[in-house]
Design a protein. Structure first.
Length: 308
């Protein structure tokens, strides 16, 4: 159980669920060929999860001092797990992810794509060791990597089987994946700033340069409030121009209840957020919004298939 805390298994389960939803709740219902068979796709999910797990482990190793200030009850490295053991877990997860990625790259006859997994692993290491201390750079990297975990589905499952006959529909599917990736990026970017607000005291003690430290808690909170309007406008635009326009009423209702309403709730609560507990609550709200947003792909597919 202590090793599960080290790799933040709940986040990894959400990542795996997201990729499985896009394949088995969306792509499988399209009239297109797919590059990976079922077990190969599961291997892609495994590779993504292993590299992400390695990222969480190295981040926990490097964040020992900060976590002792911010979340002393949640510290694992140096307490229930030695730093040496944590490094062993990090190397194991990262190597497994890169090897799986190398194999899949050869399966789709794109051996150069193996570099994707190496670059992501290296970026996660650099993030944990240095980049996260740079203003907004760390926030951007974490948000981008989550978004890329959506795009990698298209890179490995769609791109290798594009031909002149299916180019148009493949472009449409890539566009949908890009829309969801952009949504995940924006929400997670905001969430990373909210987490900085939650951890501002420990980050300050460790000499980190986060947005709340640079601007102050009040001004950063106001900025987050403004930023939260961006995904709200994006989702409303999407509902109006795609869901409602094509009479996808179930998808419209789902989006209004599970995405729009929580985003409005987040904006309202952000007005009064002052304490670490307030920002922790809002961080959880954004995490749920990401989850519900990704679930919508299956709802949309169901609504299209059963549209009267």
């Amino acid at each position: 159980m202590k090793y599960l805390k080290l790799i933040r298994y709940q986040n990894l389960l959400m990542l795996a669920l997201m990729q499985l939803l896009f394949r088995y709740g969306f792509l499988n219902y399209q009239s297109i060929p797919l590059a990976l068979n079922d077990w190969q796709y599961f291997l892609l999910v495994f590779a993504t999860v292993m590299i992400a797990a390695g990222g969480y482990v190295i981040n926990n190793i490097m964040d020992q001092a900060t976590d002792n200030d911010n979340k002393p009850n949640q510290v694992v490295v140096g307490k229930s797990i030695s730093e040496t053991s944590a490094y062993n877990v990090y190397f194991t997860c990262t190597v497994l992810g890169v090897v799986a990625g190398f194999y899949l790259s050869n399966v789709i006859e794109k051996p150069g794509f193996a570099a994707i997994f190496i670059i992501i692993s290296a970026t996660l290491y650099l993030y944990a060791t240095s980049l996260k201390q740079m203003l907004l750079i760390g926030n951007f990297i974490v948000a981008f990597l989550l978004a890329f975990s959506v795009l990698i589905i298209g890179i490995f499952d769609l791109l290798p089987v594009i031909n002149p006959g299916n180019r148009v529909i493949m472009a449409d599917l890539f566009s949908i994946l890009l829309d969801y990736a952009l949504f995940a990026f924006v929400i997670n970017f905001i969430r990373e700033i909210v987490k900085d607000l939650e951890d501002v005291n420990g980050d300050y003690n460790q000499g980190m340069n986060t947005l709340p430290i640079a601007l102050g808690i009040d001004r950063t909170s106001k900025l987050v409030l403004v930023l939260s309007l961006i995904p709200l406008v994006m989702v409303i635009f999407y509902i109006k121009n795609y869901f409602f326009a094509f009479d996808l009423y179930l998808a419209t209702l789902y989006a209004l209840i599970s995405i729009v309403a929580p985003l409005i709730y987040f904006a309202v609560k952000m007005l009064d957020a002052k304490k670490s507990q307030d920002f922790n609550h809002l961080s959880i709200v954004l995490k749920l919004i990401i989850l519900f947003g990704l679930f919508s792909i299956a709802i949309v597919t169901y609504n299209i298939l059963h549209h009267a």
